[in-house]
Write a protein that binds this ligand. Structure first.
Ligand code: FAD
Length: 443
């Protein structure tokens, strides 16, 4: 039976770098990819422009992964954002930093990034077997040594070391169908339930869908769960300072302070199904991971730089100097007209009301709605339209210094198959490239 020193399963961002690195280090390496060509997600990424990484140092990248970030220290030490850029530029692909900090190939062509990675892979001496699907992975023994036995659509082979880089299960048409989760679980690993992340959000409200085509470049969005009290409310209640004053959970207090499950500032885009754009995508994992998304609300601060008091003063002044104008028309001085109409409606102001007629209370309602414009949530568009998968192989069962399983010696993980997912901005590729590189260094 064929035996390889290193077998890598999955030719995405993580697998390509893991394979190059292992082969460059002199290991007899085989990369198995089930699609006809590796790197499908690299080609479709960033609107086919490929947002490779972000203009931050390793510490900055770690911070963007919040509580998952510490898992990435060693991987980013092995391949930092600067080292990743050097690696791609060394293949003749120039890169550029956009004002947002996102880094793309200067050509805006994802093909160039994939071509660079394939050129390096070819030089490394790794054998690439495309159009060959792995069907099972099991523990075995070969002349007294532990190995992994790999069944593919074409052959059976033995691997002294095996790196699983099959990705998550989003955009399954790209080849990432979650196969690796099954094998990892069969080999004893815990799989944190996979769920869609960086995915557009749906709304059941007709008035939201009517706003399609509008982009708000700078808002703060919050996913609020009105059925749960905030931690502050909980501690007030348990310390006897709830509305009832006597301690214990008071249902009236519970409903007044919704729990904020996620918050992000950025641009928001209204679509024919709900909302998308970076701010919506970045908070979407809180919705897809929720048992009852329809009870959530996406609450938007439409004017995040304006303090409520200053906003109220400016709105009052605008109403005073243009008393004959309709309220939505005054609000259009702050926002696109159709959003202004929706704000007035949420504030309970009828469309024919003139500025001079509104009461102080009504003005306050309008300002409150500018700072908290509520969009009802239905759910998300699911794995078919998710840029990444949250969840995956538990980080606790992987040694982050090497990417080796803590349960099965010789088995390594890299990329999105691991329970790690970052925000929009090139962070997910950086994590995949760095963990792939470190795994290739460690086999
Ligand atoms: C539309 C879209 C746009 C994106 N844009 C960006 C972006 O601009 N910047 C960014 O940082 N991230 C972006 N992402 C996320 C990024 O693509 C992923 O985080 C990254 O590709 C993960 O790399 P990976 O190598 O772990 O997995 P993948 O890229 O998913 O690769 C897994 C590979 O394993 C192969 N495979 C699976 N099962 C088997 C099997 N049984 N046998 C053999 N091979 C198998 C698959 O065919 C695939 O080639 C985007 C994702 C999508 C869907």
């Amino acid at each position: 039976m064929e035996t390889w020193e290193v077998v890598i399963v999955g030719g995405g961002a993580a697998g390509l770098l893991a394979a190059s690195r292992a082969a460059e280090r002199g290991r007899r390496t085989l990369l198995l990819e089930k699609k006809k060509r590796p790197g499908a997600k690299i080609l479709m990424s960033g609107g086919t422009r490929c947002n490779i990484t972000h203009a931050l140092d390793a510490q900055g990248i770690v911070a963007e992964f919040a509580n998952q970030g510490s898992f990435l220290y060693s991987a980013l030490a092995a391949l930092s954002p600067e080292a990743l850029i050097d690696l791609i530029e060394a293949e003749g692909v120039e890169t550029k930093i956009e004002p947002t900090g996102k880094i793309f190939p200067a050509s805006d062509r994802a093909d160039d990034v994939l071509a660079a990675l394939l050129a390096r892979l070819k030089r490394s001496g790794c054998t690439l077997a495309s159009d060959e699907e792995v069907q099972s992975i099991e523990r075995d023994e070969d002349r007294g040594r532990d190995v992994l036995r790999v069944e593919t659509s074409q052959r059976t082979l033995l691997a002294e070391k095996l790196i699983l880089t099959t990705g998550g299960q989003s955009y399954p048409s790209s080849g990432s169908t979650g196969d690796g989760y099954r094998w990892a679980a069969e080999l004893g690993h815990t799989i944190v339930p996979p769920r869609p992340a960086l995915v557009p959000i749906t709304s059941p409200a007709r008035w939201v869908l009517d706003l399609q085509g509008i982009t708000l470049p700078d808002v703060i969005v919050r996913v609020l769960d009105s059925n749960l009290p905030s931690p502050a409310t909980m501690s007030r209640l348990s310390s006897g300072r709830g509305t009832g004053g006597e301690g214990g959970l008071q249902s009236s207090a519970v409903s007044t302070a919704p729990l904020c499950l996620a918050e992000r500032r950025g641009s928001l885009l209204f679509t024919h199904f709900g909302v998308s754009g970076p701010a919506a995508l970045d908070v979407s994992r809180a919705i897809s991971g929720h048992p009852k998304p329809s009870r959530l609300v996406l609450s938007c601060d439409l004017l995040p730089d304006e303090r409520p008091q200053a906003l109220e003063a400016s709105f009052q002044e605008a109403c005073r100097t243009a008393g004959r104008r309709l309220i939505p028309s005054i609000l259009a001085g702050y926002l696109p007209q159709r959003i202004a109409d929706a704000v007035a409606a949420q504030a309970g102001i009828e469309t024919h009301r003139r500025a001079a007629e509104v009461t102080r209370k009504e003005r306050q309602n309008v300002v409150a709605r500018l700072k908290q414009f509520d969009i009802p949530i239905g759910g998300t568009l699911g794995f078919n339209k998710a840029e990444v998968t949250a969840g995956g192989v538990s980080r606790e069962q992987i040694d982050s210094h090497t990417m080796q399983s803590r349960l099965i010696p010789g088995l390594f993980f890299a990329g999105e198959i691991i329970d790690i997912d970052g925000p929009i901005g090139g962070y997910n590729f950086q994590a995949a490239f760095s963990t792939g590189w470190l795994a290739g260094e460690s086999v």
